[in-house]
Design a protein around this ligand. Structure first.
Ligand code: SAM
Ligand code: SF4
Length: 321
């Protein structure tokens, strides 16, 4: 389906939980979060109904996210069921990778195509600090397991932050010389919890690129997302840049987001939401019409770069990135 600005919307990101086994400092408060009421969280059968309706409107690609999607029991079966929905051509997953080593093979067999692993540091102590407790070794094992079982391509998402991990840009890029992965640098966004940290730690993608000479453009990376891709000559993998603030890509936006509590967010950066639960649970209204309405509500562009932007009603762990 096309939205009112003639953008083709064919991609749905589904947050399956707001729970997480980490507490990244830019995403969640240290003390943890007030978790969603269990009853509010969509059951898998409800998610499948949304996927089916979405497929009827032209959604062909699904990404599972969270919170941490791998902490929700039964996630492998959800992948299998989505795989069976007619019209869905690709299923991907965004994860912190902690549980990936043991789950990668089952996810692949269930029909997962590819995976994005979030990894902001290659220094064990720093990784632990950023994530408030994460074990880097487990994430690296998860990445290797994903490559081994053939989840392809494996992408590594790095939120790059001044004074925190910008000294690791070169080391992260070097990984692409020896591994068939795509390392993607992402600008810190002033969303929810990150808003307070934003001024101190934001770096633009141009300044990140300036630190990596020798890159040559590469337009063959799979996914069709917002990243602009490059490669070091002779490297096995690629390097991507996602500058949501400095290089606005709203004109190419192709997605809607389903939150774990059943709301469609037409735009990541807007509080606008369409609640699907009345249609899903009480038979009030048509699910397909609600989805089409949400697509119709997509704004022309976000206003994150606006100085007097609103705080926003959700943190990133409640949206899924
Ligand atoms: N737990 C999973 C993970 O970490 O990959 C999935 C959910 S997480 C919210 C999805 C992505 O959002 C992660 O790559 C994370 O680094 C990113 N993220 C969270 N807060 C962000 C922010 N303020 N700006 C940019 N990216 C952010
Ligand atoms: Fe959890 Fe992902 Fe947020 Fe980190 S970025 S706290 S892993 S949801």
């Amino acid at each position: 389906m096309r939205d009112i600005y003639n953008r083709r919307v064919d991609y749905m990101r589904i947050s399956v939980t707001d729970r997480c086994n980490l507490r990244c400092f830019y995403c969640m408060p240290e003390e943890g979060v007030c978790k969603m009421n269990h009853r509010d969280v969509l059951r898998y059968e409800e998610i499948i109904r949304v996927v089916r309706e979405g497929a009827g409107l032209g959604i062909s690609r699904i990404r599972l996210t969270g919170g941490e999607p791998l902490v929700r029991p039964g996630i492998v079966s959800l992948v299998r069921e989505i795989r069976g929905v007619e019209g869905i051509e690709e299923i991907s997953l965004t994860t912190n990778g902690l549980l990936l080593k043991d789950m990668a093979a089952n996810l692949k067999h269930a029909g997962l195509d590819r995976v994005n692993v979030s990894l902001d540091s290659l220094v064990p102590e720093k990784y632990k600090e950023i994530t408030r407790g994460g074990d880097l070794k487990k994430v690296l094992e998860g990445i290797c397991a994903s490559i081994e079982v053939g989840l392809k391509p494996v992408k590594i998402n790095v939120v790059i932050m001044k004074g925190i991990n910008d000294d690791e840009i070169e080391d992260l890029v070097k990984l692409t010389r020896i591994l068939p992965i795509s390392v993607r640098f992402i600008e810190l966004m002033p969303i929810g919890h990150a808003s307070q940290r934003f001024k101190d730690h934001y770096i633009s993608m141009d300044s990140v690129m300036d630190r990596i000479p020798d890159l040559v453009p590469d337009d063959k990376v799979q996914g069709g997302g917002p990243a602009v891709n490059y490669r070091l000559p002779g490297a096995m993998g690629t390097v991507g840049f996602i500058g949501a603030l400095s290089h606005n890509f709203c004109h190419r936006c192709n997605r809607i987001r389903l939150t774990a509590d059943g709301k469609i967010k037409p735009c990541l950066h807007s509080d606008l939401e369409v609640d699907l639960r009345p249609a899903l649970r009480e038979g009030k209204g048509s699910l397909g019409e609600m989805l089409a309405r949400a697509i119709g509500l997509k704004p022309r562009r976000h206003c994150m770069d606006n100085e007097d932007r609103e705080e926003g009603n959700r943190d990133m762990y409640q949206i899924g990135g």
